[in-house]
Write a protein that binds this ligand. Structure first.
Ligand code: FIX
Ligand code: ZN
Length: 434
């Protein structure tokens, strides 16, 4: 009997039904709750319209996403050097031809472009590129943003904001942004591991720092963080770390993390996000697409969580082989919040595996996904795929609960999905997300 589409009506006050579900009703309820619960996208590279051209959107940006550039070089005779000499339009023409015309868009990233075109009712066949260009060219970003987030079921977008980025900095120095759906994050890569290349920038701004982060450098970095916390009001601080990251060690990274960033996070009451496992520029010819992945030593996470029990950590690791360790560490440290299926993990086959083991080990006490979107409309396909992949995983968890004698109601499902999509993050950021 077709029960999957059966939904238990909400109660008169609109709250989810507390009526016990039959096993065959569970998938339909889970799908409906996932579809109707807006998500906080806790890590993206999107920018609100205030930031102008560094906020990427539209079909040519979708097609020249670095995920697609990496796939393009496998299906085209154009060398990276020749590709970089092309204009943006010529690059997206070449990618469309190689990945969407001469081959079927069956990879996660190519299929995502098709899903976005489809979401706007645009043609998805080979001849559709020009019509898509006309459609996006006719959009005003201020209204387009609202429509895209509404279609994607995203209520809040958390950005990645680098105070030392010359393109982004002028916006913050002239008052910043106040779009209610976009939230700042203080990204510290250039300070925490890029110190040799960037310490002089802080010095030139009047912070009394030196090449070895000695003397007054730590207190001056904390002053720098306080200045930017005031300017950005970030929900958390963040850093991306390679697969060789160790803590503790005698590096400037460890020193500034433990003596400046983490104390400042405690002072401001915000978490520290650690994204660990990237192997940077394994093929520099591909530029942003040139990064890869490496298995990290998770004892660094263990040492940080144990040494700094008053800090809250958001942690995402890039290696599939590190996922089980991360989930086990989350059982040991309640100041550790695992999040997302990052980058090369954001594929249904791996998202399913990671999410199942997280539910089995952590219940609903983790953050299942972030989009890492770099182009606005990507949130549409990334969150469509996440909901599509989460549905059977969650349904299975509730059907097992029912089989073992537990009660399953729509109200309970809604409570868990709220936690996974929203309140785990809101509580972690001390309620600053709303
Ligand atoms: O460090 C990061 O925030 C990574 O997500 C990016 O560097 C990466 O290029 C990306 O966008 C992956 O999805
Ligand atoms: Zn990212």
């Amino acid at each position: 009997m077709a029960t999957a589409s059966v939904k238990t009506p909400n109660r008169k006050d609109g709250s989810p039904s507390t009526r016990q579900l039959k096993p065959e009703q569970i998938p339909g309820e889970v799908q409906d709750v996932l579809a109707s619960t807006q998500v906080i996208d806790i890590h993206t590279h999107l920018f609100s319209p205030t930031f102008g051209k560094i906020g990427l959107w539209g079909i040519d940006e979708l097609l020249t996403y670095h995920y697609l550039e990496a796939e393009f070089f496998r299906s085209s005779d154009i060398t990276p050097e020749n590709y970089w000499n092309l204009s943006k339009t010529e690059r997206s023409d070449a990618i469309w031809k190689a990945l969407f015309v001469e081959n079927d868009p069956i990879s996660e990233s190519t299929r995502g472009v098709i899903a976005v075109l489809n979401a706007f009712g645009l043609p998805t066949e080979a001849s559709g590129l020009q019509k898509a260009r006309r459609f996006f060219a006719a959009q005003s970003i201020e209204t387009h943003v609202g429509k895209v987030l509404q279609v994607a079921g995203v209520s809040d977008v958390v950005m990645t904001n680098d105070p030392l980025d010359p393109e982004e900095r002028p916006v913050w120095m002239s008052g910043g942004q106040n779009h209610p759906q976009f939230h700042a994050v203080l990204r510290l890569d250039r300070v925490l591991w890029g110190w040799p290349q960037h310490w002089q920038r802080l010095a030139s701004e009047g912070y009394g720092v030196d090449e070895h982060a000695s003397g007054k450098s730590v207190e001056e970095v904390r002053r720098f963080l306080a200045d930017w916390h005031k300017r950005m009001r970030p929900l958390y601080m963040a850093v991306s770390l390679t697969d060789s990251f160790q803590f503790p060690d005698d590096s400037i990274t460890s020193k500034l993390l433990s003596e400046a960033a983490l104390p400042s996070c405690r002072e401001f009451g915000i978490p520290m996000s650690l994204m660990i496992g990237v192997r940077r520029q394994v093929n520099p010819r591909l530029r942003l697409a040139g990064d890869a992945v490496g298995k990290a030593d998770m004892r660094a996470v263990e040492n940080l969580c144990r040494t700094f029990p008053d800090n809250r950590f958001l942690v995402s690791v890039l290696s599939r082989e590190n996922q089980h360790e991360l989930a086990v560490y989350a059982r040991k440290f309640n100041n550790l919040m695992p999040f997302g299926c990052w980058w090369f993990l954001n594929n249904p086959s791996i998202v399913e595996e990671i999410t199942r083991e997280r539910i089995e080990l952590l219940g609903a006490s983790f953050i299942p996904q972030h989009s890492d979107a770099r182009v606005l409309e990507q949130v549409i396909y990334k969150w469509q795929n996440t909901r599509r992949t989460l549905a059977p995983v969650l349904s299975n968890a509730y059907q097992l609960l029912h089989a073992d004698g537990g009660e399953v109601t729509r109200q309970a499902i809604q409570r868990d999905v709220n936690r996974l999509f929203r309140t785990n993050f809101e509580k972690w950021t001390a309620g600053n997300a709303s």
